[in-house]
Design a protein. Structure first.
Length: 241
């Protein structure tokens, strides 16, 4: 049984179908990359999975049970954490306080929340920044804090939405290392990313969409060589060439 199964997912905004009957599975322990050009429906798919958007039709199964119609916080409690494309930490709180606040998703006492926060700080290599205000971190630090906040909710499945955007080459390598370490620590990952170095390096499988519809799925090599994917990113003349 797949950890997550998206079945004929459709999300319409008025007459526009931003996601149109997309289906895929994320197996336990896997890193599945979700790719597509700008506006293809990737983040909308994420927003439907955690019910930030109500879905128009289709279903989403987590651990074999439908989560369609559940509140977003309930889905987090079930074990689906996520990051957002535009990071929005609690800017006037410290790094430690941000992660502690997220930990209350799972624990009841300040001691347990603080203990979890320190565990995540060390895991994400943010311990040295624990007393800094979140708004003072550079983009690389804020991206890492976004991941840390999600990890503090103890997810079984982590949705990563463009966590490498805006990073320099050395920060990209560190992001790849962190994502692999998260998976090796028992967390399954569904990742949206435009930077091909990241998505091709870490993904076990890739699902590609364009104009809200599936165009390919397979290994990174298979998807990279798929004519429909090449056309979506580079144009028809490259797919034919």
């Amino acid at each position: 049984m797949a950890l997550l199964e998206v079945k004929n997912l459709t999300k319409a905004f008025g007459g526009l179908k931003a996601v149109n009957e997309v289906s895929f599975k994320v197996e336990n322990g896997q890193i599945l990359g979700l790719i597509g050009p700008n506006g293809s429906g990737k983040t909308t798919t994420f927003n439907c999975i955690n019910q930030f958007y109500p879905i128009t039709s289709g279903d989403i199964l987590f651990k074999g049970k439908s989560i369609k119609g559940l509140k977003t916080h309930k889905i987090c409690h079930l074990g689906i954490g996520r990051t957002f494309q535009v990071v929005k930490p609690l800017s006037r709180m410290t790094v430690l306080e941000n992660i502690t606040a997220s930990a209350f998703c799972r624990v009841k006492t300040i001691k347990d929340a603080r203990d979890k926060a320190y565990e995540v700080l060390e895991f994400c290599k943010l311990l040295k920044d624990k007393d800094k205000l979140a708004k003072s971190l550079p983009i690389g630090g804020r991206k890492r804090l976004e991941i840390a906040r999600a990890l503090a909710t103890k997810p079984d499945l982590l949705l990563l939405d463009e966590t490498a955007a805006g990073l320099n080459p050395s920060e990209l390598d560190e992001a790849i290392e962190l994502i692999r370490k998260i998976r090796d620590n028992g967390v399954t990952i569904l990742i949206v990313e435009h930077i091909m170095k990241v998505i091709m390096t870490i993904s076990d499988r890739i699902h590609a969409i364009n104009f809200g519809q599936t165009i390919a799925e397979g290994s990174p090599q298979e998807v990279a060589n798929n004519p429909a994917v090449i056309e979506a990113y580079l144009g028809e003349e490259y797919a034919q060439g």
